[in-house]
Design a protein around this ligand. Sequence first.
Ligand SMILES: Cc1cc2nc3c(=O)[nH]c(=O)nc-3n(C[C@H](O)[C@H](O)[C@H](O)COP(=O)(O)OP(=O)(O)OC[C@H]3O[C@@H](n4cnc5c(N)ncnc54)[C@H](O)[C@@H]3O)c2cc1C
Length: 425
Amino acid sequence: MERVNVLIAGGGVIGSALACCLAKRGVADIRVVDLDLAGIYASSAPNACGARATWWQPINIETCSATLDFFRAHRDVFAFDEVGYLWLYDDPFLYARARERIAVQEQAGLGVSLWTPEEVAHRVPLIDRRLDELVGATWSPHDGLVNPNAVCRYFRSEAEALGVVFSNRHYVDGVVTERVPGLTGLRRIRAVDVVEVDGADAADESGLLREILTTHRVASERILRETRVSCEVVLNCLGAWSPIFSAKIGVSDVSEAVRRQICLVDVREEDLADGVDLGSLGMIVDASDLYFHPEAGRLLAGYAIPDEAPGFDFEYDGEAYFEEIVWPRLAYRCSSFERGKHVRGWSGLHAVTPDRSGIAGLVPGLANLFEAHSFTGRGVMQSFGVASALSERIVEGRYGACDLSPLSRDRFEDRDRWVCEALHI
Ligand SMILES: Cc1cc2nc3c(=O)[nH]c(=O)nc-3n(C[C@H](O)[C@H](O)[C@H](O)COP(=O)(O)OP(=O)(O)OC[C@H]3O[C@@H](n4cnc5c(N)ncnc54)[C@H](O)[C@@H]3O)c2cc1C
């Protein structure tokens, strides 16, 4: 049997951030286990690059603010661009609720302001259609865009420099638990079963990684080596796959994997309306829930199809996604996008909870299992804030300045404790 001090299951942005923060707190002998560190199917890679602290729930504001401060401090490394978020509303009820939340956002110094439709037209000439249907907008100038791959790379290289081992092509296959003597009902994880997978190619052309991440098992002929790793502390950072791990220890999870798609759109300079400079825009969230921002000379646009069935679905709907879902909403609001062309797109998984907030903390009933996952559409912008708070909890035995208790999983037993987040896209 191998031995490590801390085993982190999942090396996406959250697992990597935790590895980095724990190592910086002096924790030695940490191993991160991931089937696919390149993240072909991980949620961290297909990300829409949004980074904002403007949320409704104080804990989401606090952890995202901490992450954005961290991005600001390493602006060049993460390509963090403070270009703001403009959120358009056509529903008076939703806009009234957004206005109510400004007081909470102001306590965190986010500097959110309200714009009338006239101000929207004046300040953002791109928005030139059906302004009469809008009731207002919120503008948060300190939010922006970030490179999620750079964020993940940074956490990993900092962690590796401090001795953390990242094991690629290693799949967490099983968990061995034992009772904690003298404490009725309390268990601990004694060891984690890890299998090394044979035959996966870098771009997964054989489909092996996809098969494993969809069926949640490794065929016996693909197992190169099986290892039982004993550990003092385990972290479940498996993103959309966290419930699969939880089920292995008899913990039922509330989050579900749900597909999200994004596409790139070509917009020609000559099709832009007068006064429109695409490059100067930040993230715009239309009243239709379509969101978009400039991306390397093009437009990145996404829309979450309501009632998308949960599942490990990685298909991108291609031209149909653009033609039927994205383009009509773009052209409805902006004449500049009337002739926009689909370039390509991709899909990834959101791990969605019933209240749309993430799950973080010690898993009740397990003495040495911590978790941080299911951050819906905010894992990158919440990564540093959550990882620094949770690493403090793990090392010091209690939370410090940032208390993640509102995000513990036992909140789902009592609806009054749900952390209902409405500003997700
Ligand atoms: C289309 C899209 C757009 C998004 N846009 C944004 C955005 O603009 N801003 C933002 O902040 N967030 C955004 N998100 C959400 C954000 O990307 C995620 O919340 C975040 O990446 C989750 O990170 P994670 O580390 O929890 O999970 P992941 O990155 O999915 O990492 C989990 C890892 O676990 C591995 N794994 C799974 N099962 C096993 C196993 N049994 N053994 C070993 N390894 C395993 C996987 O290979 C994977 O690498 C978006 C997500 C999607 C899909």
